[in-house]
Design a protein around this ligand. Structure first.
Ligand code: BEZ
Length: 258
């Protein structure tokens, strides 16, 4: 998760109310992790703690960390028996401590991936594993292309540095992992059409996750742009069943510290 302290823009209640699919989809990543009782596992980007709680129930000694104070506070309230800390993947400094580092839907926010992978590598014991899922190349591109296009229609030039995500291919990410010292034992890039609940699902998603695309744009223009995005994408992403579907593309990787 992104942006701690005064600039923490994460609304943990809204996240739990409207975006709980994020941890729901992480359930089968837990299967890939295959945790064993009493293993020490770091949940990197734990959000409001749902998957950390699941791992805790499985007998894992879990530590959840997140860059967002709001998320960590909410996790502590929901799961008082589990340790959660505010820590940034970019600056964490843990040495040879964990059997596994687990990360769901977080690493696409980390725009200096090699530094984060190095921190993860350092945090693992020899033979420890890194199991992660996050947005891969082409993730939500239909949505973000349309937002950028509509901003242009309103005369607003989009600056690439405003793009808040890093969406690598598995070739690119596996290479970085290997450079740091991991043996990559699994890598997959797949489509994950993701329902965004309700008629306002697309708008809610944009307002929760994509606000930095609108930096410097007035609320009025933002509203007009989102209206236009909804109008244009309705025939592509709005299903007859009455909900929006986001064009998620995920990557999953597993690496062993050798
Ligand atoms: C994702 O899980 O792929 C994602 C979530 C929020 C914003 C962008 C991507």
């Amino acid at each position: 998760m992104a942006n701690a302290g005064k600039n923490d823009r994460w609304n943990a209640n809204l996240y739990d109310e409207k975006h709980s699919f994020v941890s729901h989809f992480g359930e089968d990543l837990v299967e890939l992790l295959a945790p064993k009782k009493d293993e020490k596992i770091l949940d990197l980007g734990c959000g409001t703690g749902d998957l950390a709680s699941r791992l805790h129930q499985m007998g894992v000694k879990i530590l959840g960390i997140d860059k967002s104070e709001n998320m960590v506070r909410q996790a502590q309230i929901k799961y008082p028996g589990i340790p959660f800390q505010v820590q940034d993947a970019m600056t964490m400094s843990i040495q040879d401590e964990f059997d596994a580092v687990f990360s769901n839907a977080t690493l696409h926010w980390v725009k200096s991936p090699k530094q984060a992978i190095q921190g993860i590598y350092d945090a693992l014991i020899k033979g420890g594993r890194f199991v992660a899922e996050f947005g891969g190349k082409g993730n939500v591109q239909i949505i973000t292309d349309e937002i950028i296009h509509q901003l242009g229609e309103f005369g607003i030039a989009f600056k690439p540095e405003q793009f808040p995500w890093y969406y690598p291919s598995i070739g690119e990410y596996s290479t970085l992992m290997e450079q740091v010292g991991f043996r990559v034992t699994f890598a997959r890039h797949f489509d994950r059409p993701t329902p965004l609940i309700g008629e306002n699902g697309l708008r809610n998603w944009i307002e929760m996750f994509a606000v930095s695309l609108f930096e410097g744009v007035t609320t009025e223009i933002q509203e007009l742009v989102i209206n236009k995005v909804e109008e244009t994408l309705k025939s592509v992403l709005f299903k007859k069943s009455g909900e929006w579907t986001a064009d998620y593309k995920r990557i999953r990787v597993v690496g062993i510290k050798e």
